[in-house]
Design a binder for this molecule. Structure first.
Ligand code: NAD
Ligand code: DAU
Length: 358
């Protein structure tokens, strides 16, 4: 795979969140000559402590702001001579979208449209010789699979939750900007990520957190729903690959070839933590509690990641065995991070570092 594009100044949206922060932590050391501007409004999911390793790098700039704020985005694009946008910012949790869908439409649909529009104007202004807009999306836009089959890039969109509908809406706007204006877009669709800095509302960190605390482990429905798990560092590498070498206008599915039933993951995490916490074998499994199912709960996701392997020579490097053990170790070694995000104390970090400044 030959890189066709060397970005010099990228705008990362949502870079204080789980995947955005992992991406910046991966991208900056690997691309020391590229400036990175991180635009993040810092919702409950945005945490600047995730970026301690890069915050003093002179090529890094943090801006606290909203992707719906058109003048702010225009200002950043011009001031930083941005030549690529990597768009992570979103409301990302399915359960929250069921209890409150509005903010999902505002951030994920309207926010993406504002970013697209300001980026299009900037691109058409000709300030930078080359430009690209990478929309980070999800396999959930394809809906749910039965017991067999895989999502390909041609699978029709059939989102089932307000979250996935809002992501599908954003993807369709990206498509429309490409078709209408010839705007240079890339669109990735990834399966479930796991790894360090994931907010403990998502399955794996929630289970780790509750096991450590000896709290019940809520498993939705019969626990037989299937997800395809990918380490966030592999996802970060895939995004870098698509940004540099992806074919403009294309969609790339990203997955781990790693399907697990929820209950099997929960049992595995319980058993690994029995050992690591010095508890009796089987002790943690007693915390498992089957609870009412998530409404509209998609039964199975499974990605066919053949295109990105064939065209761009990307494939996962982590085995799940290695990735899950490292992830559990990270959460055990970073209990303070978990305590801070669950108590809300992590917000003080922003005030200390940045005060009231944007
Ligand atoms: P996250 O919830 O951890 O982080 C989202 C970030 O976006 C936060 O830092 C938040 O402060 C920021 N943000 C929210 N609204 C904003 C706004 N209006 N303006 C600026 N910033 C705002 O999410 P994540 O899990 O890191 O997911 C990142 C992206 O990847 C999302 O687009 C998501 O749809 C996609 N994705 C996630 C997964 C996964 O498994 N987590 C898988 C595939 C795709
Ligand atoms: O597939 C990619 C998507 O993966 C991303 O687009 C989303 O942003 C991300 O949140 C994730 O969505 P899921 O709904 O698959 O992830 P979550 O961790 O919320 O749930 C994983 C599975 O575990 C799902 O089948 C629901 C189940 N679950 C989840 C939680 C939080 C439980 O059984 N109990 C729980 O407490």
């Amino acid at each position: 795979m030959a890189a066709t594009f060397t970005p010099r100044s990228i705008l990362v949206t949502g870079g204080a969140g789980f995947i955005g922060a992992n991406f910046i932590n991966h991208f900056m050391p690997a691309n020391p000559d590229c400036r990175v501007t991180n635009l993040d409004i810092l919702t409950y999911a945005g945490n600047l402590e995730n970026l301690k390793g890069v915050e003093r790098n002179p090529c890094y700039r943090f801006v606290r702001g909203d992707i719906c704020d058109a003048p702010l985005i225009a200002e950043i694009l011009a001031a930083e001579k941005i030549d690529a946008v990597v768009h992570f910012a979103a409301e990302s949790h399915v359960d929250r979208s069921i209890s409150g869908p509005e903010i999902f439409v505002r951030t994920n649909v309207l926010g993406t449209q504002v970013l697209l529009e300001e980026s299009r104007r900037h691109w058409q202004g000709g300030v930078v010789p080359e430009f690209r807009f990478l929309q980070v999306s999800t396999d959930e836009v394809y809906g749910s699979l039965g017991a067999t089959g895989y999502f390909t890039e041609e699978t029709p969109l059939a989102p089932n939750s307000p979250y996935s509908a809002s992501k599908a809406g954003a993807d369709l706007l990206v498509r429309a900007y490409r078709e209408t204006y010839g705007f240079p877009t890339l669109n990735t669709r990834c399966s479930n990520n796991y790894g360090p800095y994931q907010f403990p509302e998502k399955l794996i960190p929630l289970m780790i957190h509750n096991i450590i605390a000896g709290k019940p482990l809520p498993v939705y429905g019969d626990g037989l729903n299937v997800r395809d798990w990918l380490h966030v560092k592999d996802h970060s590498r895939a995004i870098e690959t698509v940004l540099k070498a992806g074919r403009l206008g294309d969609i790339y599915n990203i997955g781990g070839n790693n399907e697990w039933k929820n209950i099997d993951i929960v049992n595995l995490v319980c058993d690994l933590l029995d050992g690591k916490l010095g508890r009796q074998q089987g002790e943690n499994r007693r915390l498992i509690t089957f609870v009412k199912d998530r409404p509209g709960h998609d039964r199975r996701y499974a990605i066919d990641a053949g295109k990105i392997k064939l065209d761009l020579d990307w494939e996962p490097s982590y085995t799940f065995e290695q990735g899950i053990a490292e992830t559990i170790d990270w959460y055990l070694a970073n209990r303070e991070w978990v305590a801070d995000v669950t108590s809300g104390a992590y917000r003080e970090y922003y005030e200390k570092q940045y005060g009231d400044r944007r």
